[in-house]
Design a protein around this ligand. Structure first.
Ligand code: CO
Length: 211
């Protein structure tokens, strides 16, 4: 059997298993979607949002890209954010990076990766902001992991700088923003930071005319 056919076979078994356990499962799930969480994670195949958080289908709205970036010109991310925050009214937005991230590691090199260079440039900018604390580490793995942490914190700040989040904070005092880092070697999430609606945003980035 081809590898790809194995996926379809597993899907059939999963669907049948769900129906067997709970005959109304798909009727219930297909009629309404009310997740409380938006997950912005890395595309890395080893960091599946629902598996590592023990959440079921319907519980978590997911956006993933290389190195869990919040880039203000990324129409895909912004559309997901607007939909999750404004229409689904999620209570929490989680940016989850992971130690040993290949995207972050690539940004620490001087290698050209073609079109990916433009994406990695955003991580290099985070490195520049915190170079003193990152470059002081002799161990390359430590340098990667410190940049992973600074990057997550920076992407949470990037969320707070969007009009989508600022408007939601003004209107309904939610969502709470979270910065997490997942460990590939122990399967544990390290919560780094949390931002609430009363967060004192740098006035440079504050919008005063949100109605
Ligand atoms: Co990664």
């Amino acid at each position: 059997m081809r590898d790809i056919d194995q996926l379809l076979l597993a899907n059939k078994a999963w669907s049948e298993g769900r129906r067997y356990d709970d005959p109304q499962y798909f009727d219930r799930l297909s009629s309404i979607q009310t997740p409380k969480y938006l997950w912005i994670g890395c595309s890395d195949s080893r960091v599946p949002a629902d598996t590592i958080t023990g959440t079921a289908p319907g519980e978590i709205f997911v956006h993933r890209n290389i190195a869990n970036m919040v880039v203000h010109t990324d129409l895909n991310l912004l559309s997901v954010l607007e939909y999750a925050v404004h229409y689904l009214k999620v209570e929490h937005v989680i940016v989850c990076g992971h130690y040993g991230c290949g995207g972050v590691a690539a940004s620490l090199t001087n290698n050209s990766f073609g079109i990916i260079n433009k994406w990695l440039r955003n991580i290099k900018d985070v490195h520049r902001l915190h170079s003193a604390e990152i470059d002081v580490n002799d161990d390359p793995t430590e340098r990667i992991n410190r940049l992973v942490e600074f990057n997550v914190r920076e992407q949470v700040q990037n969320l707070a700088k969007t009009s989508v989040i600022q408007r939601a904070w003004k209107e309904r005092k939610a969502p709470t923003l979270h910065g997490w880092v997942y460990g590939l070697t122990d399967g544990l999430i390290n919560p780094l930071c949390e931002l609430q609606h009363d967060h004192e945003l740098d006035p440079l980035y504050r919008f005063d005319n949100l109605d």
